[in-house]
Design a protein around this ligand. Structure first.
Ligand code: ACO
Length: 217
């Protein structure tokens, strides 16, 4: 018996999402696992310069935060939030390989039905549609099985690649949050972007396929 599934009151979790084919390969979202430790640590340590300018600061140094032995606590924390129905923490796979993470967090049901969405992609596969595909899959899942009404994201104005991805899947800017988050050692302004289900033309994935950015796998 899958205890995780049976104790979850979380619509849309813990099912995998996808697949969708883009230039880099076949993209799929699946729940984080304890056995992701080695690949998570290897990529996060190698990609420090690619990731650190955009991620929240913590008291721990990057190297110490990303040793293999840190993953069980990180992963268990994410899965505990998922079991409570507050989060959908996914690994982004490209052709079956761990290639990043996409997380839907602060999931609220009832009259708000809202969440935030965030992601990172390994530098070895960037620039070939992976984040766009992962985000589209996550959005369709959030507005479909998870039954959310609104998704929001925060992004540094300087993060041109992430802003391009968010714009491509339909997020629109709602405002500038001054000194919003401590990132890379300082309090950084962030743009708040959002989208509600009414703004989706059927499915974000279908729209990407129609526009030639992706194809069905
Ligand atoms: N200026 C403008 N556009 C750019 C730049 C740039 N310097 N670099 C890339 N782009 C564009 C590309 O042209 C492409 O758009 P296009 O398809 O219209 O040409 C788009 O950005 C990238 O699209 P993808 O290939 O789908 O994205 P990718 O898989 O490369 O991942 C990501 C992008 C997630 C931003 C990756 O670079 C990354 O992980 N960066 C570090 C961590 C990060 O910034 N995470 C996001 C934080 S914000 C948030 O989570 C809401």
């Amino acid at each position: 018996m899958n205890l995780w599934r049976s104790t979850s009151s979380h619509p849309g979790w813990p099912t995998a999402v996808g697949p969708l084919r883009v230039q880099a390969g076949v993209v799929r979202l699946r729940p984080v696992r304890l056995r992701d430790a080695a690949v998570w640590s290897r990529i996060r340590l190698a990609d420090r310069a690619h990731l650190e300018p955009w991620e929240p600061s913590t008291d721990m140094d990057w190297e110490a935060r990303h040793t293999v032995s840190q993953w069980p606590a990180v992963c268990s924390g994410l899965r505990a939030e998922a079991r409570k129905g507050r989060m959908l923490p996914y690994v982004i796979e490209v052709d079956g390989e761990f290639s990043g993470q996409l997380t839907i967090g602060n999931v609220t049901h009832g009259a708000l039905r809202s969440a935030w969405i965030g992601y990172w992609v390994a530098s070895s596969v960037t620039g070939r549609g992976v984040a766009t595909a992962a985000l589209a899959l996550g959005m369709d899942h959030a507005f479909g099985p998870v039954r959310l009404h609104r998704l929001e994201a925060t992004v540094r104005p300087e993060n041109a690649a992430s802003r391009a991805v968010l714009a491509k899947v339909g997020f629109r800017e709602e405002g500038l949050l001054k000194r919003y988050l401590e990132v890379d050692g300082a309090w950084r302004d962030h743009l708040l972007v959002a989208i509600t289900v009414e703004e989706i033309n059927g499915s974000v994935v279908s729209q990407l396929v129609r526009e030639g950015h992706a194809s069905w796998a």
